[in-house]
Write a protein that binds this ligand. Structure first.
Ligand SMILES: Cc1cc2nc3c(=O)[nH]c(=O)nc-3n(C[C@H](O)[C@H](O)[C@H](O)COP(=O)(O)OP(=O)(O)OC[C@H]3O[C@@H](n4cnc5c(N)ncnc54)[C@H](O)[C@@H]3O)c2cc1C
Length: 371
């Protein structure tokens, strides 16, 4: 039987960041991942993700501000560039843009309000709805490269990583947890479960999570036309198309960014294709591909529409897109963060490690549900 101070189950971005934060505190840590590093069956794969302070909900603006220094620490430790502040643009529904401006104002972050004509003059490969806000310190973070860098750093710090190791059971008895895989058993005073779309399968009998939906996403890359090939013409972007109270990232529109080597990524909001992560078809949904092409034709004059290529991934969402990060006894859970967690990865790792080391959760709306 293997013994560690902490066993982290799930080696996507959140689990790897937690294991890194624990290892750099000098704790012995094992990271167990059912597939390989940076595999494409969960939520953390691909080249890039949006980084932004531009949230309608100021809580997440503050969280992104708190995350920035943790990104820089991770970059310094791994000697890699993982976060590029190339700027991000939000446009669309007036109320959404006003709320973003208020959140940025509140934390004294720079921003610029533009008309759609001014925005199109600056970024001619895109079209814009009437209300536009530019946040110069948003941008993009690396996805696969962040996960790979975390794995490397965990091992340099003495942590042990077990890939292709599926956890079959987690048993909690008093203040100890026993974790069983097909080949080994681990006993620990602290198990952290960051199992993405699989989280409920692993911890559902120990804690009550809010209802989670596992929804397919199909981000699509387009090549820029020759005259729009300059990377400086492409900020990260979010189009808020629907006026609602939902804290959703996209609200009926789309998000995306320039991804070096791959083109412009467009993720159009397309919901309602719920899946079981263990029984999933990886094929591309042709209707969604056509809808994304139609969207790009209307809003992106700078793209070669026929160059479109897509991948699928999993969004695991709580009803209001908040996170669940909490602890009971030896069990700490870090949820997959409702489709907008990547920008906080090193900081979520720190907060989760704090809990695993004995802190209590101070963010009320991230707690487990009471039975
Ligand atoms: C298409 C898409 C676009 C996104 N865009 C953005 C964006 O622009 N900006 C942003 O901030 N966020 C974005 N996000 C959200 C962000 O990517 C996620 O919040 C984050 O990647 C979740 O990471 P995770 O580690 O919780 O989940 P995962 O990456 O799914 O990792 C969970 C891991 O647990 C492992 N596991 C599960 N069960 C077991 C078991 N029994 N034994 C061992 N291992 C197990 C899985 O194999 C998996 O590797 C996006 C997400 C998607 C899907």
């Amino acid at each position: 039987m293997e013994q560690f101070d902490h066993v982290v189950v799930g080696g996507g971005a959140m689990g790897a960041a937690t294991a890194w934060q624990l290892a750099r505190r000098g704790h012995s840590v094992a990271l167990l991942e059912q597939f390989d590093v940076a595999h494409n069956r969960g939520s953390s794969h691909g080249t890039s993700r949006i980084f932004r302070f531009a949230y309608r909900n100021p809580f997440y603006t503050q969280l992104a501000i708190d995350s920035l220094s943790d990104w820089r620490e991770l970059e310094a430790e791994t000697n890699e560039i993982l976060l590029e502040q190339i700027g991000n643009v939000d446009h669309g529904v007036e109320r959404s843009i006003n709320e973003i401006a208020q959140a940025l104002e509140r934390f004294n972050r720079p921003y610029e309000l533009l008309t759609s004509e001014q925005a199109q003059e600056r970024w001619p490969g895109m079209k814009f709805a009437p209300n536009v806000i530019f946040s110069p310190d948003g941008g993009r973070c690396a996805a696969d490269n962040t996960v790979k860098a975390l794995y490397r750093r965990i091992q340099e710090l003495g942590g042990e990583i077990f890939t292709n190791t599926a956890v079959e059971d987690i048993d909690i008895s008093g203040d100890m947890a026993t974790i069983t895989t097909s080949g080994e058993t681990f006993r620990t005073p602290s198990v952290v479960v960051a199992a993405g779309a699989w989280v409920n399968k692993l911890v559902g009998r120990h804690v009550t999570l809010p209802p989670l939906t596992i929804d397919l996403g199909q981000p699509t890359h387009f090549q820029p036309l020759e005259q729009f090939a300059d990377a400086n013409l492409w900020p990260s972007f979010i189009h808020h198309a629907v006026d609602d109270d939902h804290n959703s990232v996209v609200s009926g529109g789309a998000y995306g960014m320039y991804t070096p080597g791959e083109g412009i990524k467009i993720g159009k909001e397309q919901t309602g294709h719920f899946v079981d992560p263990d029984h999933r078809d990886f094929s591309i949904i042709p209707e969604w591909m056509n809808a994304t092409k139609d969207y790009a034709r209307e809003w992106f004059p700078g793209l070669d529409i026929e160059s479109a290529t897509a991948v699928t991934c999993l969004f695991t969402n709580t009803p209001n897109t908040d996170f669940v990060i909490d602890r009971v006894g030896p069990l700490t859970v870090s949820s997959p963060c409702s489709g907008h967690g990547f920008k906080f990865v090193p900081h979520i790792g720190k907060l989760t490690a704090d809990l695993a080391c004995g802190s209590t959760q101070s963010v009320e709306h991230w707690r487990f549900r009471k039975n």
